[in-house]
Write a protein that binds this ligand. Structure first.
Ligand SMILES: O=C(O)CCC(=O)C(=O)O
Ligand SMILES: [Fe+2]
Length: 402
């Protein structure tokens, strides 16, 4: 592992000045926010060659948390907070200093390619008729090779690619790999089982690192969406790693149907699992619904910058319960994932097919509002729900104050 020093500033692109990102102030509204109590996984406890050693208690507790809540904190990942802040600073730079013309030219063809790799424009997604206010740069793990990078990223951004690549690799090779070890053991298969399905990420995977900037919408748009910036959804892949930042906008939907806000922990990670791991675990592990809403009143003035890594299984992995996992097989007894497809004699989707379909369809208004108040859509014969509030909610304070 090459990360050793506290600062990553000098080695890469030293000729380009990058303004430091100053973390916004945390909310002072403390107890008025309904915080989500999440289990904390200490990554330092996962040791050994290929991360083969995981204490029994860690397997049990992480397994329970991922089966029930679906979101955890992870600490002691091995990077200093300075290194993480450097990533936020580069993220900020990519939104504020890359010319608009470059963003336009390198906008990803999300609908046709089923990949976010490149720039995502504001307004690509819609909730009902309201366009989103979110910019993103997505760095596909298979797009750092020079000939690909030239097509995907403007020259103004290319000097940062080696540094972004190294950070993305750390996400995959250390954070994701460690957690996949734990989850393999939860599913009672060898520790490297899930890693072996995730190793080809730079050649045959859809994995990507994302910088994301949520702008504040005009008051009338916020009123229309009730402050929802990203509608309640599950992620598509195996694991999502969020590098914690202070704006308290991420909410998870509990099994009790209550939305709770995930609190910020400096230099911690927030990790959740996506559809693909839900499928491989026979439904034992939860791909929990989450959304992004307007922050508490005292943070409403800030833009929200976030750094995330989305890990996927290798392209050809079939999204079926792991045959060797007694846990997955037991959980699957009461479920069916691909009944409709199998009935039509169609093959079970692969990781690549599922990611591609979900990515190209998301936010394109293919879903229909149901009597339950949520939006519904059938993808590859599978029922996907995009969650709204089902009970009238009080106007979010942040909106009422706008
Ligand atoms: O920004 C966040 O906290 C979560 C974003 C998210 O859910 C996503 O990009 O899939
Ligand atoms: Fe998400």
């Amino acid at each position: 592992m090459r990360f050793k020093h506290n600062k990553m500033t000098s080695k890469y692109a030293p000729e380009i000045p990058v303004e430091p990102w100053i973390p916004p102030e945390e909310t002072k509204l403390g107890d008025t926010v309904n915080w989500a109590p999440l289990y904390t996984l200490d990554l330092e406890q996962i040791k050994g060659e290929g991360f083969s050693e995981v204490p029994e208690q860690v397997i049990r507790d992480t397994g329970d948390a991922l089966a029930n809540v679906g979101f955890i904190y992870a600490i002691n990942h091995g990077l200093s907070y300075d290194q993480v802040l450097r990533q936020y600073s580069i993220g900020q730079h990519t939104f504020d200093k890359i010319p608009e013309q470059d963003k336009k030219e390198y906008t990803a063809d999300i609908i046709n390619s089923g990949s976010y790799c490149g720039y995502k424009q504001i307004g690509h997604w819609k909730i009902d008729q309201v366009a989103d206010r979110i910019e993103q740069w997505n760095f596909g793990s298979a797009a750092y090779a020079q000939e690909v990078a030239k097509r995907k990223y403007p020259e103004s951004l290319r000097p940062f690619l080696d540094e972004i690549h190294e950070f993305a690799r750390f996400n995959h090779d250390v954070v994701v790999r460690k957690i996949l070890s734990v989850i393999s053991l939860v599913l009672k298969v060898p520790y490297d089982y899930l890693w072996n399905l995730s190793k080809k990420y730079e050649t045959e995977g859809d994995d990507f690192l994302r910088y994301m900037l949520v702008h504040r919408p005009p008051a009338e748009e916020d009123a229309e969406t009730k402050g929802v910036r990203i509608q309640g959804h599950t992620d598509f892949g195996s694991l999502t790693v969020l590098w914690s930042q202070p704006i308290a906008s991420l909410q998870v939907l509990g099994k009790d149907n209550v939305w709770r806000t995930v609190g910020h922990r400096p230099n911690a990670l927030i990790v959740n699992l996506g559809d693909s791991l839900h499928f491989l675990s026979g439904g034992y592990l939860s791909a929990t619904i989450h959304r992004v809403i307007a922050p508490p009143e005292d943070q409403l003035k800030y833009r929200r910058l976030n750094v995330l890594y989305f890990s996927m299984f290798d392209n050809d992995v079939k999204l079926l319960p792991i045959p060797e996992s007694s846990v997955a097989q037991e959980a699957y007894k009461t479920r069916k994932f691909w009944e409709e497809r199998e009935k039509n004699g169609e093959p079970v989707p692969t990781s690549r097919e599922w990611n591609g379909l979900r990515i190209s369809r998301y936010g394109q208004q293919h879903s229909k509002l149901g009597a339950d108040g949520h939006h519904h859509e059938i993808i590859a014969g599978h029922h996907v729900t995009l969650y709204n509030d089902t009970q009238p909610q009080p106007e979010p304070k942040a909106i009422a104050a706008a």
